[in-house]
Design a binder for this molecule. Structure first.
Ligand SMILES: [Zn+2]
Length: 177
């Protein structure tokens, strides 16, 4: 794993039982570590409240910020606000076959938990399927008006008319009489 992502890990071995707060920033350098992913730029502040118990750690994750996405309507890139709130349980031992999705298992000898992949996946999960100006508090008027005009123009002028205008049919009938 790249060194940069090492910063997104928690050394939990030395922590006392109880609650501990960790803060991370997911920035462009973070997303650059996932070149195959669809997010290349973003700025997301992340708080992890780690509740250490004897055989279990409960991580409450709150993420808030923006990612750069392409508008489905005008194709311009813009900063879309996103949020993610979730809980992750970390247990020691072997994964059980019927393990829940929000549980990860680590070896008893492990002392460090790397959250980079988890945080990256949370960001992807928080992205809506359709993204456009006007979503999540952004302004619909920010859509590139020239681009919208051009695309509408294309839509209204199909290369081949599929059906004949009935008025022309009437005219033809009159002509043929
Ligand atoms: Zn737009």
């Amino acid at each position: 794993m790249a060194d940069k992502l090492y910063a997104y890990s928690i050394d939990f071995k030395g922590l006392e039982v109880g609650k501990h707060l960790f803060e991370f920033l997911l920035d462009d350098a973070f997303f650059a570590e996932y070149p195959e992913g669809e997010i290349s730029e973003g700025h997301i502040e992340t708080q992890i409240m780690l509740h250490k118990q004897n055989n279990l750690m409960e991580l409450t994750c709150n993420m808030s910020g923006t990612v750069q996405v392409e508008c489905d309507r005008c194709l311009e890139r813009f900063a879309l606000p996103i949020e993610y709130n979730g809980t992750l349980f970390v247990k020691t031992g072997n994964p059980q076959t019927d393990s829940e999705p929000d549980v990860i298992f680590i070896s008893e000898h492990e002392h460090r938990l790397n959250l980079a992949q988890y945080l990256y996946e949370n960001t992807c999960l928080s992205l809506p399927i359709r993204r456009y100006h006007g979503l999540n508090g952004t302004n619909a008027n920010d859509c590139d008006a020239d681009m919208l005009e051009r695309m509408n123009h294309d839509d209204q002028n199909p290369a081949e008319p599929t059906t004949e205008d009935p008025r022309w049919a009437k005219l033809k009938e009159l002509k043929n009489k």
